[in-house]
Design a protein around this ligand. Structure first.
Ligand code: ZN
Length: 169
């Protein structure tokens, strides 16, 4: 499976998050020897009320369950947004062969933007990295989500301020 088509699958997962009004991030795990996707996940932090329910963690758990062990050294992960430090840490723990991501995250990305945990020299494993795959699609998804959220906040503020003046009258 090409990195492009793998990312297409991850984008599908991100859309599932979007439909649930979660920050749209999706992740899939490819098992290289069989060329099959063995783990899928999308961000469910709000729905689950779980700070660790990032797309990558969910997909890694599913992949480990599918293989029956924690080690994912024969797997590639594709994720729509550059992993955060928590997820990058988990990716090193499971010894992922490669991490493919779409949009980079200059403030919190731990695959080379803000820091590079995936290739941290003193850790006992380094993951190969491919960045910028279907980057624009991944970024558009995130930007449309945040634009919608800002618009909703604005409407809310307008409603509150008009409510306030109504009370004064
Ligand atoms: Zn994360």
């Amino acid at each position: 499976m090409t990195e492009e088509s793998l990312m297409q699958e991850a984008i599908g997962e991100a859309r599932a998050a979007l439909a649930m009004e979660e920050v749209p991030v999706g992740c899939v795990i490819l098992h290289l020897p069989t060329d099959r996707i063995i783990g899928r996940g999308y961000n469910r932090r709000e729905k689950d009320g779980d700070p660790t329910a990032h797309a990558e963690i969910i997909a890694l758990r599913e992949a480990s369950a599918a293989l029956g062990h924690w080690r994912l050294s024969e797997c590639t992960a594709a994720v729509t947004l550059e992993p955060c430090p928590m997820c990058a840490g988990a990716m090193v723990h499971v010894r992922l062969a490669r991490v493919v991501f779409g949009a980079s995250d200059p403030k919190a990305g731990a695959a080379g933007s803000a820091l590079n945990l995936l290739q941290f020299p003193t850790l006992n494993h380094q993951c190969a990295i491919t960045s910028g795959v279907r980057e624009q699609e991944c970024r558009d998804l995130l930007q449309s989500f945040f634009a919608k959220q800002r618009a909703a906040q604005k409407t809310d503020e307008q409603r509150k301020s008009s409510g306030g003046s109504f009370e004064k009258n």
